[in-house]
Design a protein around this ligand. Structure first.
Ligand SMILES: NC(=O)c1ccc[n+]([C@@H]2O[C@H](COP(=O)([O-])OP(=O)(O)OC[C@H]3O[C@@H](n4cnc5c(N)ncnc54)[C@H](OP(=O)(O)O)[C@@H]3O)[C@@H](O)[C@H]2O)c1
Length: 283
Protein backbone atom coordinates (compact mmCIF):
# COMPACT_ATOMS: atom_id res chain seq x y z
CA UNK A 1 0.00 0.00 0.00
CA UNK A 2 1.36 3.39 -0.94
CA UNK A 3 0.64 6.15 1.54
CA UNK A 4 1.10 9.76 0.61
CA UNK A 5 0.34 13.00 2.41
CA UNK A 6 -2.09 15.30 0.66
CA UNK A 7 0.70 17.71 -0.29
CA UNK A 8 2.76 14.99 -2.00
CA UNK A 9 3.88 16.02 -5.47
CA UNK A 10 3.87 13.26 -8.04
CA UNK A 11 7.23 13.45 -9.74
CA UNK A 12 8.03 10.94 -12.43
CA UNK A 13 10.60 12.87 -14.38
CA UNK A 14 13.81 11.06 -15.31
CA UNK A 15 17.03 11.94 -13.69
CA UNK A 16 19.44 14.04 -15.65
CA UNK A 17 22.39 14.01 -13.28
CA UNK A 18 25.86 13.85 -14.72
CA UNK A 19 27.53 10.44 -14.81
CA UNK A 20 30.97 11.94 -15.03
CA UNK A 21 33.24 12.18 -12.02
CA UNK A 22 35.25 15.27 -11.23
CA UNK A 23 38.91 14.47 -11.78
CA UNK A 24 40.59 17.77 -10.97
CA UNK A 25 40.97 19.67 -7.74
CA UNK A 26 39.74 23.07 -8.84
CA UNK A 27 36.65 24.34 -7.12
CA UNK A 28 34.28 26.37 -9.22
CA UNK A 29 31.36 28.55 -8.27
CA UNK A 30 28.15 26.99 -9.52
CA UNK A 31 24.60 28.18 -9.76
CA UNK A 32 23.03 27.07 -6.43
CA UNK A 33 19.75 26.38 -8.22
CA UNK A 34 21.49 23.59 -10.15
CA UNK A 35 21.18 20.59 -7.85
CA UNK A 36 21.52 17.18 -9.51
CA UNK A 37 19.91 15.57 -6.47
CA UNK A 38 16.61 17.23 -7.45
CA UNK A 39 16.11 14.60 -10.13
CA UNK A 40 17.07 11.69 -7.94
CA UNK A 41 14.93 9.31 -5.94
CA UNK A 42 16.14 8.01 -2.58
CA UNK A 43 14.57 4.96 -0.96
CA UNK A 44 15.12 4.67 2.80
CA UNK A 45 13.95 1.51 4.57
CA UNK A 46 12.51 1.98 8.05
CA UNK A 47 12.08 5.73 7.68
CA UNK A 48 9.55 5.97 10.47
CA UNK A 49 12.12 4.89 13.06
CA UNK A 50 14.38 7.18 15.06
CA UNK A 51 17.34 7.23 12.70
CA UNK A 52 15.28 6.64 9.56
CA UNK A 53 13.26 9.82 9.99
CA UNK A 54 16.45 11.89 10.30
CA UNK A 55 17.83 10.25 7.13
CA UNK A 56 14.61 10.98 5.21
CA UNK A 57 14.64 14.60 6.30
CA UNK A 58 18.32 15.13 5.55
CA UNK A 59 18.00 13.63 2.06
CA UNK A 60 14.92 15.74 1.40
CA UNK A 61 16.82 18.87 2.40
CA UNK A 62 19.64 17.76 0.08
CA UNK A 63 17.13 17.76 -2.76
CA UNK A 64 16.22 14.10 -3.28
CA UNK A 65 12.68 12.88 -3.67
CA UNK A 66 12.40 10.58 -0.67
CA UNK A 67 10.40 7.37 -0.48
CA UNK A 68 10.38 5.25 2.63
CA UNK A 69 9.05 1.92 3.88
CA UNK A 70 7.14 0.84 6.94
CA UNK A 71 6.64 -2.62 8.37
CA UNK A 72 3.35 -4.56 8.23
CA UNK A 73 2.89 -4.10 11.98
CA UNK A 74 3.10 -0.32 11.78
CA UNK A 75 -0.35 1.31 11.89
CA UNK A 76 1.05 4.80 12.35
CA UNK A 77 2.37 5.45 8.85
CA UNK A 78 -0.37 7.79 7.63
CA UNK A 79 -0.19 9.92 10.77
CA UNK A 80 3.60 10.06 10.47
CA UNK A 81 3.36 11.18 6.85
CA UNK A 82 0.92 13.90 7.81
CA UNK A 83 3.13 15.14 10.62
CA UNK A 84 6.09 15.22 8.23
CA UNK A 85 3.99 17.08 5.65
CA UNK A 86 3.03 19.62 8.32
CA UNK A 87 6.77 20.27 8.71
CA UNK A 88 7.18 20.62 4.94
CA UNK A 89 8.47 17.14 4.10
CA UNK A 90 6.59 15.48 1.23
CA UNK A 91 7.50 11.82 1.63
CA UNK A 92 5.83 8.73 0.20
CA UNK A 93 5.67 5.51 2.23
CA UNK A 94 5.15 1.93 1.13
CA UNK A 95 4.47 -1.08 3.32
CA UNK A 96 7.33 -3.55 2.86
CA UNK A 97 8.54 -6.31 5.15
CA UNK A 98 12.29 -6.10 4.57
CA UNK A 99 12.78 -9.61 5.97
CA UNK A 100 10.61 -11.09 3.21
CA UNK A 101 11.95 -11.28 -0.35
CA UNK A 102 8.50 -11.37 -1.99
CA UNK A 103 7.35 -8.31 -0.06
CA UNK A 104 10.48 -6.37 -1.15
CA UNK A 105 10.09 -7.50 -4.75
CA UNK A 106 6.44 -6.42 -4.96
CA UNK A 107 6.90 -3.26 -2.88
CA UNK A 108 9.92 -1.89 -4.73
CA UNK A 109 8.26 -2.72 -8.07
CA UNK A 110 5.30 -0.58 -6.97
CA UNK A 111 7.63 2.26 -6.04
CA UNK A 112 9.41 2.05 -9.38
CA UNK A 113 6.12 2.03 -11.29
CA UNK A 114 4.53 4.83 -9.31
CA UNK A 115 7.50 7.07 -8.46
CA UNK A 116 10.44 6.05 -10.63
CA UNK A 117 13.80 4.28 -10.68
CA UNK A 118 15.74 4.29 -7.42
CA UNK A 119 19.03 6.22 -7.45
CA UNK A 120 19.90 5.98 -3.76
CA UNK A 121 19.09 3.09 -1.44
CA UNK A 122 19.60 3.37 2.31
CA UNK A 123 19.16 -0.01 4.01
CA UNK A 124 18.32 1.29 7.48
CA UNK A 125 15.53 -0.92 8.85
CA UNK A 126 16.54 -3.23 11.66
CA UNK A 127 15.58 -4.69 15.00
CA UNK A 128 17.10 -5.44 18.40
CA UNK A 129 16.12 -8.47 20.52
CA UNK A 130 18.85 -8.72 23.18
CA UNK A 131 19.53 -12.14 24.71
CA UNK A 132 22.51 -14.18 25.83
CA UNK A 133 23.15 -17.18 23.62
CA UNK A 134 22.12 -19.45 26.47
CA UNK A 135 18.65 -17.92 26.53
CA UNK A 136 18.31 -17.11 22.84
CA UNK A 137 15.62 -18.97 20.93
CA UNK A 138 16.16 -20.22 17.41
CA UNK A 139 13.26 -17.99 16.33
CA UNK A 140 15.04 -14.93 17.79
CA UNK A 141 18.27 -15.84 15.95
CA UNK A 142 16.47 -16.35 12.64
CA UNK A 143 14.31 -13.24 12.96
CA UNK A 144 17.43 -11.14 13.54
CA UNK A 145 19.24 -12.61 10.55
CA UNK A 146 16.23 -12.19 8.30
CA UNK A 147 15.58 -8.57 9.32
CA UNK A 148 19.09 -7.20 9.65
CA UNK A 149 21.04 -9.22 7.08
CA UNK A 150 18.71 -10.93 4.59
CA UNK A 151 17.09 -7.51 4.14
CA UNK A 152 20.30 -6.29 2.48
CA UNK A 153 19.83 -8.85 -0.27
CA UNK A 154 16.03 -8.54 -0.37
CA UNK A 155 16.07 -4.77 -0.92
CA UNK A 156 19.29 -4.25 -2.88
CA UNK A 157 18.46 -7.02 -5.35
CA UNK A 158 15.43 -4.98 -6.46
CA UNK A 159 17.40 -1.85 -7.39
CA UNK A 160 20.87 -2.98 -8.45
CA UNK A 161 20.14 -3.77 -12.09
CA UNK A 162 18.43 -0.40 -12.56
CA UNK A 163 21.46 1.38 -11.12
CA UNK A 164 23.76 -0.65 -13.39
CA UNK A 165 21.69 0.30 -16.45
CA UNK A 166 21.71 4.01 -15.65
CA UNK A 167 25.37 3.82 -14.59
CA UNK A 168 24.90 5.69 -11.35
CA UNK A 169 23.85 4.70 -7.89
CA UNK A 170 24.48 4.99 -4.16
CA UNK A 171 23.87 2.27 -1.60
CA UNK A 172 24.36 2.90 2.11
CA UNK A 173 23.92 0.02 4.53
CA UNK A 174 23.34 0.87 8.18
CA UNK A 175 25.13 -1.42 10.63
CA UNK A 176 26.15 -0.70 14.22
CA UNK A 177 29.14 -0.23 16.52
CA UNK A 178 28.13 -3.55 18.12
CA UNK A 179 29.17 -5.36 14.95
CA UNK A 180 32.66 -3.87 15.20
CA UNK A 181 33.50 -4.15 18.89
CA UNK A 182 31.28 -6.95 20.19
CA UNK A 183 28.44 -6.45 22.65
CA UNK A 184 26.84 -8.44 25.43
CA UNK A 185 23.60 -10.29 24.52
CA UNK A 186 24.11 -9.55 20.84
CA UNK A 187 25.61 -12.64 19.23
CA UNK A 188 22.76 -12.64 16.69
CA UNK A 189 22.74 -8.85 16.20
CA UNK A 190 26.54 -8.67 16.06
CA UNK A 191 26.89 -11.44 13.51
CA UNK A 192 24.04 -10.21 11.29
CA UNK A 193 25.35 -6.63 11.40
CA UNK A 194 28.95 -7.71 10.79
CA UNK A 195 27.65 -9.61 7.78
CA UNK A 196 26.31 -6.34 6.41
CA UNK A 197 29.83 -5.12 5.79
CA UNK A 198 30.84 -8.34 4.03
CA UNK A 199 27.91 -7.72 1.71
CA UNK A 200 28.97 -4.10 1.22
CA UNK A 201 32.54 -4.98 0.24
CA UNK A 202 31.64 -7.68 -2.27
CA UNK A 203 28.96 -5.58 -3.93
CA UNK A 204 31.18 -2.50 -4.00
CA UNK A 205 33.67 -4.46 -6.11
CA UNK A 206 31.00 -5.77 -8.47
CA UNK A 207 29.48 -2.37 -9.31
CA UNK A 208 32.40 0.06 -9.01
CA UNK A 209 32.87 0.48 -12.77
CA UNK A 210 29.26 1.64 -13.12
CA UNK A 211 29.60 4.70 -10.88
CA UNK A 212 27.81 2.93 -8.08
CA UNK A 213 29.23 3.14 -4.57
CA UNK A 214 28.34 0.84 -1.69
CA UNK A 215 29.24 1.70 1.89
CA UNK A 216 28.45 0.73 5.45
CA UNK A 217 27.81 3.24 8.21
CA UNK A 218 28.22 1.93 11.76
CA UNK A 219 26.78 4.34 14.32
CA UNK A 220 27.44 4.22 18.02
CA UNK A 221 24.65 4.86 20.48
CA UNK A 222 22.16 7.50 19.38
CA UNK A 223 19.54 9.54 21.16
CA UNK A 224 16.62 7.66 19.61
CA UNK A 225 13.66 6.13 21.44
CA UNK A 226 15.46 2.77 21.22
CA UNK A 227 18.24 4.10 23.47
CA UNK A 228 16.06 6.34 25.61
CA UNK A 229 14.13 3.27 26.77
CA UNK A 230 17.27 2.26 28.70
CA UNK A 231 17.01 3.09 32.45
CA UNK A 232 18.64 6.53 33.05
CA UNK A 233 21.04 5.12 35.67
CA UNK A 234 22.46 2.55 33.23
CA UNK A 235 22.63 5.21 30.51
CA UNK A 236 24.50 7.65 32.76
CA UNK A 237 26.74 5.29 34.74
CA UNK A 238 27.58 2.73 32.11
CA UNK A 239 26.92 3.77 28.53
CA UNK A 240 27.85 7.46 28.59
CA UNK A 241 31.04 6.71 30.53
CA UNK A 242 32.24 4.62 27.59
CA UNK A 243 31.70 7.40 25.05
CA UNK A 244 34.67 9.81 25.02
CA UNK A 245 32.63 12.78 23.76
CA UNK A 246 30.33 12.22 26.75
CA UNK A 247 26.99 12.10 25.00
CA UNK A 248 24.83 10.03 22.71
CA UNK A 249 25.03 10.74 19.01
CA UNK A 250 22.30 12.69 17.27
CA UNK A 251 20.42 10.93 14.47
CA UNK A 252 20.95 14.05 12.34
CA UNK A 253 24.73 13.60 12.63
CA UNK A 254 24.50 10.11 11.16
CA UNK A 255 22.03 11.32 8.55
CA UNK A 256 24.53 13.98 7.42
CA UNK A 257 27.18 11.32 6.86
CA UNK A 258 24.70 9.26 4.85
CA UNK A 259 23.72 12.30 2.77
CA UNK A 260 27.41 12.82 1.98
CA UNK A 261 27.82 9.19 0.91
CA UNK A 262 24.75 9.59 -1.31
CA UNK A 263 26.19 12.65 -3.01
CA UNK A 264 28.25 13.08 -6.18
CA UNK A 265 31.10 14.33 -3.96
CA UNK A 266 31.48 10.85 -2.45
CA UNK A 267 32.15 9.11 -5.77
CA UNK A 268 35.61 7.96 -4.57
CA UNK A 269 34.32 6.46 -1.30
CA UNK A 270 33.28 2.85 -1.71
CA UNK A 271 33.50 -0.41 0.24
CA UNK A 272 34.16 1.33 3.56
CA UNK A 273 32.65 0.81 6.99
CA UNK A 274 32.51 4.26 8.53
CA UNK A 275 32.34 4.44 12.32
CA UNK A 276 30.42 7.37 13.78
CA UNK A 277 30.45 6.75 17.50
CA UNK A 278 31.90 9.67 19.47
CA UNK A 279 35.24 7.87 19.80
CA UNK A 280 33.76 4.87 21.64
CA UNK A 281 35.46 2.35 19.37
CA UNK A 282 38.53 3.04 17.23
CA UNK A 283 39.90 0.42 14.90
N1 LIG B 1 19.51 3.93 17.70
C1 LIG B 1 20.77 3.61 17.84
O1 LIG B 1 21.42 3.94 18.83
C2 LIG B 1 21.48 2.85 16.74
C3 LIG B 1 22.86 2.69 16.87
C4 LIG B 1 23.54 2.01 15.86
C5 LIG B 1 22.87 1.51 14.78
N2 LIG B 1 21.53 1.68 14.69
C6 LIG B 1 20.89 1.10 13.51
O2 LIG B 1 20.10 2.09 12.90
C7 LIG B 1 18.99 1.48 12.25
C8 LIG B 1 17.73 2.19 12.70
O3 LIG B 1 17.64 2.10 14.11
P1 LIG B 1 16.65 3.01 14.99
O4 LIG B 1 17.35 3.34 16.22
O5 LIG B 1 16.08 4.11 14.16
O6 LIG B 1 15.55 1.93 15.36
P2 LIG B 1 13.97 2.03 15.35
O7 LIG B 1 13.51 3.37 15.80
O8 LIG B 1 13.52 0.82 16.10
O9 LIG B 1 13.62 1.89 13.81
C9 LIG B 1 13.79 0.69 13.15
C10 LIG B 1 13.04 0.74 11.84
O10 LIG B 1 13.16 -0.53 11.21
C11 LIG B 1 11.91 -0.87 10.67
N3 LIG B 1 11.73 -2.32 10.63
C12 LIG B 1 12.00 -3.23 11.57
N4 LIG B 1 11.67 -4.47 11.14
C13 LIG B 1 11.18 -4.31 9.88
C14 LIG B 1 10.67 -5.20 8.90
N5 LIG B 1 10.60 -6.54 9.10
N6 LIG B 1 10.25 -4.69 7.73
C15 LIG B 1 10.29 -3.37 7.50
N7 LIG B 1 10.77 -2.48 8.38
C16 LIG B 1 11.21 -2.94 9.56
C17 LIG B 1 10.88 -0.27 11.61
O11 LIG B 1 9.71 -0.07 10.86
P3 LIG B 1 8.27 0.28 11.52
O12 LIG B 1 8.51 1.46 12.42
O13 LIG B 1 7.43 0.60 10.38
O14 LIG B 1 7.87 -0.95 12.29
C18 LIG B 1 11.56 1.02 12.04
O15 LIG B 1 11.19 2.08 11.20
C19 LIG B 1 19.02 0.00 12.63
O16 LIG B 1 19.56 -0.73 11.57
C20 LIG B 1 19.93 -0.03 13.84
O17 LIG B 1 20.62 -1.25 14.01
C21 LIG B 1 20.82 2.34 15.63
Amino acid sequence: MNLQPTMHRAVKQRRTGSKTNKTNNSFQKTDPSVNTNRNRIALVSGGIGGLGEAICRKLDVAGYQVVTTYSPKNDNAQLWLESQAADGFAFSAYMIDVSDFGSCEAGVANIQNEIGRIDVLVNNAGITRDATLGKMTRENWQRMRQTDLDSMFNMTKQVINGMMEQEWGRIVNVSCIDSQKGAFEKSHFGSANAGIHGFTKALALEVARKNITVNTVSPGYLSTSRMLRIPPKILRDKILREIPVGRLGEPAEVASLIAYLASDDAAFVSGTDIAINGGQHMH
